[in-house]
Write a protein that binds this ligand. Structure first.
Ligand SMILES: C[S@@+](CC[C@H](N)C(=O)[O-])C[C@H]1O[C@@H](n2cnc3c(N)ncnc32)[C@H](O)[C@@H]1O
Length: 261
């Protein structure tokens, strides 16, 4: 194993530890089928997904996979964590969803191609070391004319501290961490606390997709985040997500992107 593969494998072990904590968390509230964790802007930009064959990369507990399946899409979820895939299968209930346990980097071999859409994001790209490689995989999963829909935390959001001061880097960087806490409520991880992440600036994402031959057709920056990461955030009435208080600068916390093969 080279250095990058060793880091990806460490991340897989870390996700096996996070998954039981997330499953029991209020944050994910997995048994509550009333919760729509997708923002109205996502549904609007996705359009009608009924009948579409969609690959959901890094699907975790299948939260958004199930929402898309309920909207009529024919869903395949992929994640490298055995615990996540097992939980997602169980939570699918009567929904007809295919889940595959695999590394994103093996997605084409595992899933084949010809998808109408690839859906991914909300904390996914930061686990991928090489976006040129990822963009080629997305292209190969899509049928000609197929779409990527990506919703990610804006790299600007990672720069802020709890007082909304800019303290972090914007540009690409590799970050390692050793923390027993995950981002949800719940107990500390039982082990495998070391993990490796890669910040990707917006320009890196768009350039990787263009280089792979995908045409970026939309890129929207949103002043909201899916959860209240910092004290003082206020609920946004339009999206149901969270924004900075009115006296703070209006900066993007999330972006959404559509690209066509
Ligand atoms: C933050 S979660 C994604 C969250 C999901 N969008 C949601 O809202 O629940 C990140 C997921 O990426 C998966 N992951 C990280 N690196 C991966 C890789 N190289 N291949 C496949 N899955 C990976 C983890 O197992 C985890 O389930």
């Amino acid at each position: 194993m080279d250095d990058v593969q060793t880091k990806v494998e460490a991340n897989r072990r870390n996700w096996e530890q996070r998954t039981p904590v997330h499953l029991a968390s209020q944050f994910y509230d997995v048994h509550n089928t009333e919760v729509d964790r997708m923002a109205p802007f996502e549904w609007a930009e996705l359009g009608d997904v009924a009948g579409l064959r969609i690959a959901h990369l890094q699907c975790h507990l299948g939260t958004d996979t199930r929402l898309l399946a309920r909207a009529g899409a024919r869903m395949t979820g992929l994640d490298f964590s055995a615990a996540s895939v097992e939980a997602a299968r169980e939570l699918a209930g009567d929904l007809d969803i295919t889940y595959v346990r695999a590394d994103v980097h093996d997605a084409v071999a595992e899933l084949g191609g010809g998808f109408d859409m690839v859906y991914t994001g909300k904390g996914s790209l930061m686990w991928l070391p090489d976006l040129d490689r990822w963009a080629g995989i997305v292209r190969d999963l899509l049928a000609p004319g197929g779409r990527l829909y990506l919703v990610e935390f804006h790299p600007l959001a990672w720069m802020l501290d709890g007082d909304f001061n800019i303290v972090g880097n914007y540009l690409d960087e590799a970050v390692s961490s050793d923390s027993a806490r995950t981002y949800t409520d719940g107990p500390e991880l039982a082990g495998d606390t070391v993990n490796f992440q890669w910040n990707h600036a917006l320009g890196t994402v768009v350039t990787a997709l263009s280089r792979a031959g995908l045409r970026v057709t939309e890129l929207h920056e949103h002043p909201v985040l899916a959860w209240d990461q910092w004290p003082g955030m206020v609920r946004d009435e339009t999206s149901g997500w969270w924004r900075l208080p009115a006296h703070r600068p209006r900066i993007p916390l999330t972006y959404s992107l559509t690209a066509v093969r």
